[in-house]
Design a protein around this ligand. Structure first.
Ligand code: E4P
Length: 223
């Protein structure tokens, strides 16, 4: 499963990119607004830090506006993926931008039928929002299972399932178990993935025992 980070914060992206774990980045207008920076500059900087797809979302809601904005954003870097909402006009814009050869991420997906439409419109990625479904008492991961099942039924579909609105390590675990192509994860949740109480406890015990030996690995002259 590919790991994208779900943020527009350059410092967070720089830090995570250094681990070699990052396969891409997703942003949205809310995440860009949080940075307080210029949208184009933010997108350019992120694209220079990460080799994989960087999602940048259009703000227009009509097809012509979305296509114009998408084409403008696509000029910022080769690895920009244009994010369009899962609306009728968004699907038409998806088709047009894909015909240009631009990657398209269809976002705000909350049903398997919507995901089927995005695939038929040629989307590169479909972004089902699991956390927001959980928030209203529905099962977000069940939607991922349905989409993976449906896409698996048709060889002609090559849209990647990008699990979005991830809130916890359990979402990441379930996404991987279901075989999702991509999971876009907030920075703090990516860091939580390393955590286990027994890892910390075990390391403390090993270090305490090591200190008892009085040895140093690098300084071989130490007593
Ligand atoms: C990513 O593409 C989405 O915009 C993002 O995951 C939404 O997450 P949220 O529901 O936590 O805002």
């Amino acid at each position: 499963m590919k790991f994208f980070v779900d943020t527009a914060d350059i410092e967070q992206i720089r830090d995570l990119a250094a681990t070699g774990l990052l396969d891409g980045v997703t942003t949205n207008p809310s995440l860009v607004a949080k940075t307080g920076g210029d949208f184009f500059e933010v997108v350019r900087e992120i694209c220079a830090l990460v080799d994989g797809p960087v999602s940048a979302e259009v703000a227009a809601t009509d097809v012509d506006g979305m296509v114009d904005e998408g084409r403008t954003l696509a000029e910022l870097a080769d690895n920009v993926a244009i994010k369009v909402p899962l609306t009728w006009d968004g699907l038409k814009a998806c088709r047009a931008l894909r015909q240009d050869g631009t990657m398209v991420n269809v976002t705000l997906c909350f049903s398997a039928n919507q995901a089927l439409l995005a695939a038929k419109a040629g989307a590169s990625f479909i972004s089902p929002f699991v956390g927001r479904l959980d928030d209203i008492g529905q099962d977000g991961m069940q939607l991922i299972a349905e989409i993976i099942e449906i896409y698996g039924n048709y060889d002609s579909i090559d849209t990647e399932v990008l699990v979005a609105s991830v809130r916890s390590p359990m979402h990441v675990l379930h996404a991987a178990r279901l075989g999702a192509d991509v999971c876009t994860i907030p920075p703090d949740v990516i860091r939580q993935l390393t955590k286990h109480a027994l890892t910390d406890k075990g390391l403390d015990a090993f270090l305490a025992d090591w200190r008892q030996t009085g040895q140093s690995i690098l300084d071989r002259d130490a007593p």
